[in-house]
Write a protein that binds this ligand. Structure first.
Ligand code: CA
Length: 281
């Protein structure tokens, strides 16, 4: 391109080339914007916790950890990182995504095709259910469970029967977004870690389109013991928490320069995932 400029002595020709340069440098049409973050607070996090699922409920962090032989469900104090309650999974299960549905915690496993159901207060087992494929992340929008499995599609499950109601390919500018991992439903959007990327995708649940990428480069320990994984949202105080696998820290962050959340209010008024559940809006 530089040699083309040097050969051109006519202004119109140079101007036309400059226009091409501008066009080539601009993001492709439809590509989601990339935005940043600031750290509001940093808390301790168990550096042996291979975080696979994270959520906030009534003043506690609830966490699912992975790896065969050390997978757990745990209740964690935010301020200190202290584990106040814990149950270990049998060694043949690799813990994954975690969601709170009514008074039950639902905990996926990676390749075991089984989700454990726990009493959310006592952690007493309440049964299990099975699903096909791998289990990575889990959340819900108040009507349906939303599951990631490492592919570029999200699956929607009936929370009562666990039947698959539909699936949604996730794309950015037409490109499938693979390796969708830990999930969090936040005000009308699905937030998703992408394995091995320092970015969170904010996904429109109606279209599967990535609305924005929150770039978390520089967050967490350096060198990092494991990838970013774990998103929890405290809706009452609008706090966003993130951590990573084996990270000694957990962070409350604010998004900077990002689009407004899709529904800053009742997340169920717009339709959202209603088409998957068949429920009336
Ligand atoms: Ca989560």
């Amino acid at each position: 391109m530089g040699s083309s400029f040097s050969r051109s002595s006519r202004a119109p020709r140079a101007g036309w080339l400059a226009l091409l340069v501008v066009a080539a440098a601009a993001p492709a049409l439809g590509q989601a914007p990339v935005c940043g973050y600031s750290v509001v607070a940093t808390y301790p996090h168990d550096p042996t916790a291979y975080t696979q699922g994270l959520l906030w409920s009534e003043g506690w962090l609830l966490e699912s950890t992975g790896l065969y032989g050390s997978s757990t469900l745990r209740r964690v104090e935010l301020a200190t990182g202290t584990v106040h309650q814990q149950i270990a999974l049998p060694s043949q299960y690799f813990g994954e995504g975690l969601a709170l549905w009514q008074d039950r915690l639902l905990q996926l496993t990676w390749r075991e095709h089984i989700a454990f159901v726990w009493d959310a207060t006592t952690f007493i087992p309440q049964g299990s259910f099975s699903y096909t494929g791998e289990g990575w992340g889990l959340t819900h929008d108040g009507r349906v469970l939303i599951l990631s499995d490492g592919t570029s599609s999200l699956r929607f499950l009936d929370p009562a029967t666990h039947d698959v109601l539909g699936s949604l390919p996730v794309v950015d500018d037409g490109e499938p977004i693979h390796l969708l991992n830990e999930l969090e439903w936040i005000r009308g959007e699905v937030f998703a870690n992408r394995l091995l990327y320092d970015r969170i995708a904010r996904i429109d649940p109606d279209t599967g389109r990535v609305l924005a990428w929150v770039d978390l480069t520089g967050l967490g320990p350096n060198p990092s013991p494991g990838p970013l994984n774990g998103i929890a949202w405290d809706d009452a105080t609008e706090r966003l928490f993130v951590t990573g696998k084996l990270w000694p820290s957990l962070h409350e962050i604010e998004m900077v320069g990002c689009p407004e959340l899709r529904l800053f209010g009742d997340g169920f008024e717009s339709g959202g995932l209603v088409r998957w559940s068949g429920a009336e809006p």
